[in-house]
Design a protein. Structure first.
Length: 185
């Protein structure tokens, strides 16, 4: 199926809809920072499944923050990398994200014990990384899927609500997003 004139115009103006299933390397790295932060300094030892769910939700929140920063980047008219450099950056950020997650899981028990020692509490043996990691990955994947689906729906609704040639697609997205807010009364 060949692209329509509207698709070509959107692509020319940089408004082409991104593939909803593609993960951003930068947003993954920000999500990994949030994941690692969720593993640090807690006086309350959590069951491994609960810690995994909390860490996955934290990673999803970090991913969303990174995605918002990437969305703002061209709006602020900051320089963008060409396709080859973007691919290299994406790969580097994914490697950084994986390294951060691995290091965080490796060090989490030590971080917990440092805090517990200063509070004169008994140390924890392990945070059970073989339970925390897959649980966090599952929660992250589910939340990412919900967020990506919501973003796709908002983009399509924004395009449908936008009069042709009158409003920028991003303004229509914001209009559609604003209309999903609950009414104050």
């Amino acid at each position: 199926m060949s692209p329509t004139l509207d698709d070509l115009e959107d692509e020319r103006r940089g408004l082409a809809e991104p593939r909803w299933w593609r993960l951003s390397g930068f947003a993954l790295a920000v999500g990994a920072l949030f994941f690692v932060a969720s593993l640090t300094l807690s006086l309350i030892p959590r069951p491994a499944a609960r810690q995994g769910a909390l860490s996955g939700a934290s990673a999803a929140l970090g991913y969303a923050a990174g995605a918002v920063l990437l969305w703002l980047w061209p709006i602020m008219r900051l320089p963008e990398a060409d396709d080859d450099d973007a691919r290299r950056f994406r790969t580097a950020f994914v490697v950084i994200a994986l390294a951060l997650c691995g290091r965080g899981l490796w060090q989490a028990a030590d971080w917990q014990n440092a805090t517990r020692r200063s509070m004169e509490l008994p140390p924890v043996d392990t945070i059970h990384p073989l339970v925390v990691a897959p649980t966090a990955a599952l929660v992250f994947a589910l939340l990412w899927l919900v967020g990506s689906t919501f973003t796709m729906v908002v983009r399509r609704a924004g395009r449908a609500l936008s009069p042709p040639g009158w409003s920028d697609a991003r303004a229509a997205e914001l209009k559609a997003l604003w209309s999903t807010r609950p009414l104050p009364w």
